[in-house]
Write a protein that binds this ligand. Structure first.
Ligand SMILES: [Zn+2]
Length: 468
């Protein structure tokens, strides 16, 4: 047998530990994992001496606005940003125009994704809303990995992106969760208390308080954990498996932890920005640091790390949110007008590796692999195709060097919305990604993603969850 690709001399994550083994890939899949020096011949060999080799990253939370808002980026541009950052599979949340709440819209998004010829593998969430609950069990049969909902009406001027995606009152939440429970899939919920937030925004606006810090003040921690408490209760009552996305407060994490201990099926996501940035960023970057929920205090940031280390947090998503610079700049005069979110698909893994390099939080490389790859694969039911290095699994890998550095530069970002990438710009990271390999093909080498030259254009494929 001649291998397509061999990775030799690396320190490889296998079965939960790092070991010095060689890896052979054939026909897109891992074929051989063996002691050093024993691989058969290969078409191409990468010498990973002194470097780590881990399963490709799985980003549990990205928004691609394609079709609908291709000016913010397409499946092609954003896929390049993904693999630049060591992500080989993305799970796409449905804020697009329109969101995929039925088979027809989902089929169209699958078609668009294929036509764009991206370089990352992708799976879809479907939208679950109060408007079309009858679609929930039908669209569940289409290989989606989970459902997503919002608990509020569409934000000003963004109606087309939220059709069929919101459970706008408690009755809709109850009915929607009952429907999702029938499918056995996860329901991901944005967890913020809209009544509280609208009240605060109206109050601050009346007083003319519309500078960036009021974004944080209008969404205090209780606006998150009061909703998390409600969603846990409704999920328990309806038997719905719950995914709490981008959780930013220790109070909410503690509630989820207790629910888990009682046996409830609840899964918790946080994002690098809630672990690494504070509300101070709003003063520096204004609308470019606006996200929902907002960045929190240093004290809050320090506390949520405990829940990462103790295993309450199941996975890290980027909440990659492309927007145009003009859209963000609208918030310079009134922070409440700017869209919430920023891009980060390219930095999710590097930022977490950098925390390992700094060594202050007790984070290990093994834990990063669990949070960024293995846990998502298992929880979203695409394991062992994804999220592991073992014979028969897709040949998805990241090779990186913990003894090298790189500096974040937004001008080198591949995203269609690179202009809004401010919060990490110029930051030096104490790790460097050398290669991203998707199903046996090198899609990123030394930071460069060039599908035309590499012949990898269109290599990204749709991933469906395991058949039960
Ligand atoms: Zn999101």
């Amino acid at each position: 047998m001649k291998l397509d690709l061999a990775i030799i001399n690396g320190i490889v994550y296998v079965d939960g530990n790092f070991r010095e083994v060689d890896i052979g890939i054939k026909d897109e899949k891992f074929a051989v994992i063996c002691e050093k020096g024993l691989l058969p011949e290969a078409e191409k060999t990468i010498d990973a001496t002194g470097k780590y080799v881990i399963p490709g990253g799985i980003d549990t939370h990205v928004h691609f606005r394609d079709p609908g808002h291709t000016d913010r980026g397409t499946f092609y541009t954003e896929s390049q940003a993904a693999v630049a950052g060591g992500t080989t599979t993305i799970l796409e949340h449905p804020i697009s125009s329109p969101p995929q709440y039925n088979k027809e819209i989902l089929d169209n998004r699958k078609k668009v994704a294929k036509e764009r010829q991206g370089v990352v593998d992708y799976a879809f969430y479907a939208a679950a809303g109060g408007q079309y609950p009858e679609e929930i069990t039908k669209v569940a049969k289409e290989g989606i990995v989970a459902f997503k909902t919002f608990l509020h009406e569409a934000p000003e001027g963004r109606d087309d992106e939220f059709i069929g995606l919101t459970m706008a009152n408690d009755y809709e939440v109850y009915i929607g969760m009952k429907e999702v429970a029938k499918t056995g899939l996860l329901l991901a919920s944005h967890a913020e208390n809209n009544d509280l937030i609208q009240g605060f925004i109206d109050h601050y606006r009346k007083e003319g308080k519309v500078t960036p810090e009021y974004h944080c003040l209008s969404r205090p921690p209780i606006s998150e954990y009061s909703t998390v408490q409600k969603m846990l209760l409704f999920a328990k009552e309806t038997g719905c498996r719950l995914e709490l996305v981008h959780i930013s407060t220790p109070e909410a994490m503690e509630m989820a932890k207790q629910a888990k201990l009682e046996g409830q099926e609840v899964f918790l996501e946080t994002c690098p920005h809630y672990l690494l940035l504070t509300e101070e960023e709003l003063l520096k970057h204004g609308p470019f640091a606006k996200c929902n929920p907002p960045l929190r205090s240093q004290e809050t940031v320090d506390k949520i790390w405990d829940y990462v280390i103790d295993g309450t947090v199941d996975f890290i998503g980027s909440d990659h949110g492309p927007f145009l610079i003009e859209e963000k700049e609208n918030g310079n005069k009134d922070i409440f007008v700017a869209p919430a979110g920023f891009i980060g698909i390219d930095l999710r893994l590097p930022l977490m590796l950098n925390e390992v390099a700094k060594g202050k939080r007790g984070l290990t490389l093994e834990k990063v692999v669990e949070l960024c790859s293995t846990n998502p694969a298992k929880i979203f039911d695409i394991y062992p195709k994804k999220g592991t290095i073992q014979p028969g699994s897709d040949g998805d890998l990241v090779i990186f060097d913990m003894n090298d550095k790189f500096t974040v530069d937004r001008n080198k970002n591949y995203s269609g919305s690179k202009e809004i990438a401010r919060v990490y710009d110029g930051k030096e990271l104490h790790c460097k990604l050398n290669y991203t390999i998707l199903r046996g093909k090198v899609v990123m080498e030394d930071g460069l993603v060039d599908p035309e030259k590499d012949g990898t254009k269109g290599w990204g494929e749709l991933v469906l969850r395991n058949e039960k």
